[in-house]
Design a protein around this ligand. Sequence first.
Ligand code: AHR
Length: 500
Amino acid sequence: LPARFTIDPAFAVGKVDPRLFGSFVEHLGRCVYTGIYEPGHPTADAKGLRQDVLDLVRELGTTVIRYPGGNFVSGYKWEDSVGPKDERPRRLDLAWRSTETNRFGLSEYIHFLRKVGGEPLLAVNLGTRGVQEALELQEYANHPSGTARSDQRIAHGDKEPFGIRLWCLGNEVDGDWQTGHKTAEEYGRLAAETARAMRQQDWSEDLKFVACGSSSQGLDTFAAWESTVLQHTYDLVDYISLHAYYEEHDGDRDSFLASAVDMESFIENVVATCDHVGARLKSKKRINLSFDEWNVWYQKRPSPHQVEDWQEAPRILEDVYSVTDAVVFGSLLIALLRHADRVTIACLAQLVNVIAPIMTEPGGAAWKQTTFYPFAQASKYGRGRVLQVNVDSPKYETERFGDVDVLHATAVIDDSTGAVTVFAVNRSQTDALPLEIDLRGIAATGVVEHSVLADSDPEAVNTAAEPERVIPRTAAGTVVQDGALRAVLEPLSWNVIRLA
Ligand code: AHR
């Protein structure tokens, strides 16, 4: 049986905020050091940024880049990361049991963003620190001149303020693994007072704050945490965060392929909680969602590298992604797009080497993982309005989620050109899926391209030795005829169909 849906531009979910295509750079493993920053690398610029990596980051099309953590931020002293490099202290990073050299810091982050055209999303430490340190960081970063911290920035060589508009109020403070872990009451009060003070320093309307939501929908505190935190912060913040990572459990691939079912329910439950608090407070304001950590992450898989404590830039969390992972990853992107009305920031965690779409070798090459492709395609073609797509699909049975649609799909229209792009995943491991789309309301004349990522070996990966083992290719036979699109989606595939 074919899967079917209708595309009609009269029915839209909402406009895609470009910030949906964000990513994340944490001081963790080799994300920064030998990832984006490696003085001495043959491609390094004068500030030590690897230009081979900069090129790939630009091609990936990421927009906001969250920094510097993650768990790392909860022990972070931002003052250590600025000024002459030789005077910056080496510190113990408790989150990842590594040594932080601080050779890369705030100024280097801003320089990196300017090179790739990214927007800052800076997290403040609300684990071991509080209001005063956040205020001083904001003054250092954003105040033009004439005060202790702003003049310090200028003396450090950065005359222009950094202009940081988006701030995360801590990271995963709900988790007991977090340095400075707090209850919802404790965190809600601290987040509120930090945002209030930072707004006293800068009244601009475009100053935005992300409060910490839950680190996972599975935590016992989920939803109650959001409710309490928002009760304290509703008028002071703009977003609540969500974090989710998916992996295959006990060989149950069918459930893994349906991971987006969990992601969509997580989003819908957080929207309901935000709106519930808004209703209780009789507020007209709407809190949006910042899904500022999402990815496939094999947390249970043993690391291939033996890593001792307190190393510099150790090889940790260097997951290698297969075709199957890329299909699940694509489905997670579809889930985010399908909720673009409320998810207005999202950050792929992370950008380089650490659970990342881009890998590097120190002194050597940089290459794309399988997951690079769905992200780059979604960022390039997923701009505009997300259309409502009500899928009528054959189903398959999963252990974790019950019956699930074999097809997971969304469509985005670029209203400036009328171009429509369909993003679709076939979750079946064995069967091709015929797809019929009723194109009522759009004057599509043909198919520009049907790109597919699939492989006869679902475990195929890209490596330094074989960096282009897995790349998207053009699928044949997709046509527009009599107002309908007809395609066949290969088993276990990520598809991008661009209509003319
Ligand atoms: O992205 C890796 C880690 O996952 C982050 O540091 C933390 O916020 C989350 O638990």
